[in-house]
Design a protein around this ligand. Structure first.
Ligand SMILES: Nc1ncnc2c1ncn2[C@@H]1O[C@H](COP(=O)(O)OP(=O)(O)OP(=O)(O)O)[C@@H](O)[C@H]1O
Length: 510
């Protein structure tokens, strides 16, 4: 087709017997936003790695801006003006925003980089695109949403003409999401193009012109967004009817059970020593899901780590069944029946070089049913692995597949299968659906509800407002290190929560 900015034609790529991409065609026009959708493991990342030159396709070719693009050469894509905003940022933490933007930037004047000139250009671009950021701020002090803005500015200043965003909104508050979508529209107005990978159908409908859906490595369908609905997109993704994500209403808050966890005036620092969690207080009871909304930088990571025994609180107390556990470590928490689902599961809780089965056994290797009288029970381990993989819909050839060969979403499912497969007393779930497709998201939520119904106390920390409202029997917001607006779900006011997430409300006591 003439006039296209990007044409990927007949892209195929296999890993052993796994056919990650099968004759995939993808066309992007100038000034077009394309939403790339698909279930976990459907081949989205592989296709983008091919486009980016990180993976050489077995078959197929790419024409960009009328020219054949050298496949398998990352530099070719960059030089052509293709930029990708990854989920894991590539900024140098100890440097300032301007310094990061100057790294490898050919727009700076000669070998003597002109700091003031760079700062002026940053301000200029930031204002033009609504991506305000202080050029002199150190990156380590920025929240995730701000780091993302720096990454986008870096791409723009290097002349990106096609921007690829990999699940960019999963770290943003509702106002920040609106701002990002607004930026994408402005970027499009200037004739640039965007490929937007997301599991959130609503965002695609809000901003994209065209959607392409992958299923099992193939294009399951491509359509103009005008005329598409959430239901039609979901149907294309899974090939059958699905219910809307997290549609089931929360169970009527049982006159909740026994008091399990008491958190009082808890404070904790982040890795760089900043006290992000300042004064958090709440109770968690058996048989309830307490959902806390909040975006990065407001203390949720520190709260989760402190409860899991991974970070030592600077002030305050944690009581489990009336016993003070503030100073205990992670092993003691585990022994007390507290399961922890950290945010960055692929990075922190899976061993990439180990198989799915070994990862599933990791915490319980010395115990039944994995071990008897000091011997590993291979048969039992295998049966349990297969059962958990089926339960959690982990898509892989066998339990022997190394974790690193799984798609991002399937890695998450392995970590979840391990933590939720046991029968924990208390679950601390930090962004448990991050990176999961709608089907898997629904599954995780159902699983947490089931645990709740069996009497587990669940703390659900998430930046997804919709999910917080869908799963919480009680909901609140973690804002500037404090728990605010903690109310039964039925009394929750969506707008108020959105405002509180953005830091607009004051703290209230529990
Ligand atoms: N390095 C690898 N070795 C073996 N198999 C791989 C490798 N990378 C990807 N795969 C397989 O290719 C298939 C497609 O994976 P891909 O990462 O492209 O999916 P995805 O759509 O990006 O999924 P997600 O939404 O979970 O991130 C999966 O079955 C995955 O297990």
């Amino acid at each position: 087709m003439s006039g296209a900015l990007l044409e990927m034609r007949g892209i195929s790529k296999s890993y052993g017997t796994v056919r990650a991409n099968r004759s995939v065609d993808l066309t992007v026009m100038p000034a077009q936003i394309v939403g790339l959708l698909g279930e976990n493991g459907s081949g989205k990342s592989t296709l983008m790695k091919v486009l980016f030159g990180m993976v050489r396709p077995d078959e197929g070719g790419i024409v960009y801006d009328g020219r054949e693009l050298d496949t398998g050469r990352p530099k070719a894509a960059l030089q052509a003006g293709i930029a990708m905003i990854h989920q894991h940022f590539t900024l140098v933490e100890a440097m300032t925003v301007a310094e990061n933007l100057m790294l490898g930037w050919s727009g700076a004047a000669g070998p003597w980089l002109d700091r003031r000139g760079v700062a002026a250009q940053v301000r200029d671009a930031a204002a033009r695109y609504g991506l305000e950021i202080d050029p002199d701020a150190r990156v380590e002090q920025l929240a995730l949403g701000e780091k993302q803005r720096v990454e986008i500015l870096k791409a723009i200043l290097r002349g990106a003409h096609l921007l690829i965003l990999d699940e960019p909104t999963s770290i943003l508050s509702p106002p920040e999401i609106a701002r990002l979508l607004d930026f994408l529209r402005r970027f499009r107005t200037e004739g640039h193009a965007v490929i937007f990978i997301t599991h959130k159908l609503g965002e695609v409908l809000a901003v994209a012109d065209q959607v392409v859906v992958l299923r099992d490595g193939q294009v399951a369908g491509a359509a103009a967004v005008a005329g598409a609905t959430r239901a039609s997109l979901a149907r294309l993704m899974v090939g059958r009817e699905t219910s809307a994500v997290a549609a089931a209403p929360p169970a009527a808050a049982t006159a909740a059970g026994r008091l399990r966890l008491q958190v009082r005036a808890l404070a904790a620092r982040d890795a760089s020593g900043v006290e992000r969690l300042k004064d958090a207080s709440f109770d968690l009871r058996a048989g309830e899901i307490l959902a806390l909304a909040g975006i990065d930088g407001n203390g949720q990571g520190e709260l989760a780590d402190a409860l899991a025994g991974l970070a030592r609180p600077t002030r305050g107390r944690i009581l489990m069944d009336e016993v003070d556990i503030t100073r205990g470590d992670a092993a003691q928490r585990l022994a007390a029946g507290i399961a922890y689902i950290p945010a960055d599961r692929a990075g922190t809780s899976l061993v990439q070089g180990m198989s799915i089965e070994e990862n599933l056994m990791l915490r319980d290797v010395g115990r039944a049913p994995y071990s008897r009288l000091g011997r590993i029970q291979r048969g039992a381990a295998r049966r349990l692995s297969i059962e958990r993989m089926r339960d959690f819909d982990v898509r892989a050839a066998s339990p022997d597949a190394p974790a690193r060969t799984l798609s991002g979403g399937n890695q998450q499912k392995v970590a979840l299968a391990r933590e939720l497969g046991r029968q924990p007393e208390v679950v601390i779930a930090f962004q448990p659906t991050w990176g999961l497709d709608p089907g898997a998201t629904q599954f995780v939520i159902d699983r947490l509800r089931r645990l709740r119904d069996q009497g587990t106390a669940v703390l659900y920390i998430s930046s997804e407002l919709e999910e917080v409202l869908a799963v919480g029997d009680r909901v609140g917001v973690l804002s500037e290190g404090r728990v605010v607006d903690l109310v039964p779900r039925a009394e929750a006011d969506i707008e108020r929560i959105g405002l509180a997430m953005a830091g607009a409300l004051q703290a209230v006591s529990p």
